[in-house]
Design a protein around this ligand. Structure first.
Ligand SMILES: Cc1cc2nc3c(=O)[nH]c(=O)nc-3n(C[C@H](O)[C@H](O)[C@H](O)COP(=O)(O)OP(=O)(O)OC[C@H]3O[C@@H](n4cnc5c(N)ncnc54)[C@H](O)[C@@H]3O)c2cc1C
Length: 543
């Protein structure tokens, strides 16, 4: 453990108790400890880090210092204009203002007083860059610098996920090649350096440990202790039974409810399958908040993402899925519904695509774009590989393969004539250089994850399917996590059904009513708000 204050792990009473060790919980715990509070940090899982540790750890924050240092123009007003232009009435202005106005303060604090350090992901466009205030050439997506687990060696196996030695800007998703020089890889391995989600969790965790805040794992909070209308603690269930932990304030940072089938059924706006995060996110914080009369908000929303379901089990019991980003963006692939028709701009950002997956046909009374299929050709496989495989390597067996489009249509159960017409039309539009049906390639975002090196402009995402064999696999509407929960004020204080504060109770991250409504502003659009409201809640809880 790094030098710091003595560990607080044995106590049964704290100033602040934080539940959950994702970005929201760790930031809240760190902020509360820095504000002078004694902090108890409880994690239901066997390991620390939640879905955050599995993530790419990109953090979206308008008008941040790294953009300013790189000479990217951005401002508070542009950030607010952008969010407002996407709000559809779902974003509460005071929460949007708190998000944008806290960016500088939080990042300055992290850089100066903690082991958490970021840098710009150069060029990463916002997800709706043509909207007012949007940034087509990036500036708002930042990532943690590589973090060395040598600083906290006893935690290297106690954080969720496996070591990954890259930052997102080293990968194709972040504008890199995905290949590290052998000597650089060796250097990172020897130094214990990791990137992505485990870097963010590792650096936040190191900060907590410096403050004497030691996460207690296999410690599931089940309900609050309430006295005289005030939350004064929680009951925590562990291998040795249930104990009561008292606190002046409790912060719910327990992630979403995506792994609880009943909550998903009761609240989400459309069907969703195979969530991508940690399976311990079962809405415990939501149930706790409901139990004490919290007002709920943003309940129908999630961070939507299309995935392919992989065969086999995931070690932690979560859904074994592959997030489909490049495969639907690169040239020579399209997505069709069960009528064999394209239905959307395949290269749009994953969260917005949720809307296309939830389109409903009133006549036939069915979700018209489910099931959906990703269709691509041999030219795609030769150039790009698929699902993490190198270009030209065999396509995995679970993917349908056929010598002709008609045969492929039979395999996936779509009308052969319609699929053929769809592909011929797509090929004609690709040759002409414009997708007249869904404008794929028009937005500055669309080609970002495409083949930008070889084909700048729309060519990064437009390209014909004309080389047999042809391939198809079901594309499933999934989620990175839900984002509905108790409504809060700007400091994360949970409000009751009448809009009054429930004394002693705070929420942050995916456990709170998402402050950005249904918007995913840009890469990092979930972790940016999670950290800001974790920070605000942690400080307020310590007061
Ligand atoms: C593959 C992948 C890549 C992603 N990449 C990005 C990205 O680059 N940028 C971005 O912004 N977002 C990304 N996301 C989404 C992002 O990871 C999540 O939205 C974010 O991590 C949520 O943070 P959180 O702190 O709210 O929850 P989590 O990180 O999920 O943490 C919640 C924690 O609470 C614990 N918990 C639950 N119930 C209890 C209880 N009763 N008591 C105690 N603990 C409890 C859970 O076990 C968990 O550890 C990605 C997601 C995935 C799956």
């Amino acid at each position: 453990m790094p030098e710091g204050r003595p560990a607080q792990e044995q106590h049964d009473a704290y100033d602040v108790v934080v539940l959950g060790t994702g970005a929201a919980g760790l930031t809240a715990a760190l902020a509360a400890a820095h504000a002078g509070a004694s902090v108890g940090l409880f994690e239901k899982g066997e390991k620390v880090g939640g879905t955050t540790a599995l993530s790419s750890a990109v953090v979206w924050l308008p008008a941040n210092r790294y953009a300013a240092e790189a000479g990217v123009a951005d401002s508070r007003q542009e950030g607010l204009d952008y969010l407002e232009s996407l709000s559809h009435g779902l974003i509460l202005p005071e929460l949007a203002e708190a998000l944008v106005d806290t960016t500088a303060e939080m990042l300055d604090w992290l850089e100066a007083d903690t082991p958490v350090h970021f840098r710009l992901v150069p060029g990463f466009p916002d997800y709706h860059p043509e909207h007012p205030g949007g940034k087509p050439t990036g500036g708002r997506s930042i990532e943690p610098v590589l973090f060395s687990y040598d600083a906290i060696p006893t935690w290297v196996d106690r954080v969720v996920g496996a070591p990954r030695r890259m930052n997102v800007s080293d990968t194709p998703t972040g504008g890199g090649t995905g290949v590290l020089a052998a000597d650089e890889l060796a250097r990172r391995e020897e130094s214990g350096l990791e990137g992505l989600g485990r870097a963010l969790v590792g650096s936040l965790l190191a900060g907590c440990l410096e403050q004497g805040v030691v996460p207690q794992t296999r410690a599931r909070a089940t309900r609050q202790v309430v006295e005289a209308d005030r939350v004064v603690g929680v009951e925590v269930e562990g291998p040795d039974g249930v104990r009561t932990v008292r606190a002046r304030s409790v912060v719910l940072a327990t992630g979403g409810f995506e792994y609880d089938a009943e909550l998903v059924r009761d609240f989400l706006r459309g069907p969703v399958r195979s969530p991508a995060g940690v399976p311990t996110n079962t809405g415990d914080g939501l149930r706790m908040a409901m139990r004490v009369g919290a007002r709920l908000g943003n309940m129908r929303e999630a961070w939507w993402v299309p995935v392919v379901e992989l065969p086999g089990e995931r070690a932690d019991g979560g859904s074994n899925v592959f997030l489909v980003l490049r495969e639907r963006t690169l040239p020579r692939s399209i997505v069709v519904n069960d009528q064999g028709r394209r239905f959307t701009n395949e290269a749009a950002n994953y969260n917005a695509l949720g809307g296309a997956f939830h389109a409903f046909d009133p006549t036939r009374f069915r979700y018209v774009n489910q099931p959906a299929h990703l269709v691509f050709d041999e030219g795609f496989v030769q150039r790009y590989g698929c699902f993490g495989n190198a270009p030209g390597t065999p396509v995995p067996d679970f993917i349908h393969r056929a010598g002709s489009l008609a045969e492929l249509a039979g395999l996936i159960g779509v009308p052969a004539r319609a699929l053929d017409e769809t592909v011929q039309r797509w090929n004609t539009m690709a040759a002409a250089g414009h997708d007249d049906d869904f404008d794929r390639g028009d937005s500055a975002y669309d080609g970002w994850c495409g083949d930008r090196t070889q084909y700048p402009g729309v060519g990064a995402t437009l390209g014909p399917l004309d080389q047999a064999p042809y391939y198809a696999v079901e594309l499933v509407g999934s989620t990175l996590g839900t984002k509905g929960g108790p409504r809060t004020d700007v400091d994360g204080a949970v409000l009751d059904v009448d809009g009054d504060r429930i004394e002693g109770l705070f929420a942050a991250g995916n456990a709170m009513a998402g402050p950005t409504g249904m918007v995913y502003g840009g890469a990092g659009g979930t972790l940016g708000p999670a950290m800001v409201f974790g920070y605000r809640a942690g400080r307020a809880a310590a007061r």
